[in-house]
Design a protein around this ligand. Structure first.
Ligand code: HEC
Length: 130
């Protein structure tokens, strides 16, 4: 029992220590949050140049690209006909609610949390330009 109390006291101290270590590097926490948010996308998308198409298309160079334009990827008719060009605004809207922005899209999931989405888009901007 005494050990348990000791542990209970140690945990908040440990957490405070971790927060203190991370606090000065805010510049590093945003990409980390973006990378974490991309975990939900990784199963279907690659970001690297020449990366393979999976269930979803390779996203390298996605900023400034017309929607539905990766060669060799079998897009839905809805995506091909969307007339969208990907930039921060259109990506933000699409990722918030894919089916709403492009009714009939084959992309099944989005990210509802605006903060997570912002981190994700910043991460995509950096990683898809490499
Ligand atoms: C279950 C697989 C899957 C997951 C998970 C997924 N996507 Fe997709 N994504 C797709 C498919 C399939 C398409 C093509 C949709 C179509 O043709 O209608 C697509 C299309 C896209 C496009 C448009 C690409 C283009 O070339 O026009 C973007 C951008 C995108 N996804 C980003 C994301 C992001 C960011 C996430 C994570 C939040 C994500 N996707 C998660 C399957 C997925």
């Amino acid at each position: 029992m005494r050990q348990l109390i000791g542990l209970a006291a140690a945990v908040p101290a440990l957490v405070a220590g971790i927060v203190a270590v991370q606090a000065p590097s805010t510049a590093q926490t945003a990409p980390a949050a973006g990378a974490q948010a991309f975990a939900a996308c990784r199963a279907c998308h690659t970001l690297n140049k020449g990366g393979r198409n999976g269930v979803g298309p390779n996203l390298n160079g996605v900023f400034g690209r017309p929607a539905g334009s990766v060669a060799g990827f079998n897009y839905s008719p809805a995506m091909k006909a969307s007339g969208l060009k990907w930039d921060e605004k259109t990506l933000n809207e699409f990722i918030a609610a894919p089916m709403k922005k492009v009714p009939g899209t084959r992309m099944p999931i989005g990210v509802a949390d605006p903060a997570k989405r912002a981190a994700l888009i910043a991460y995509l901007k950096a990683e898809t330009a490499k």
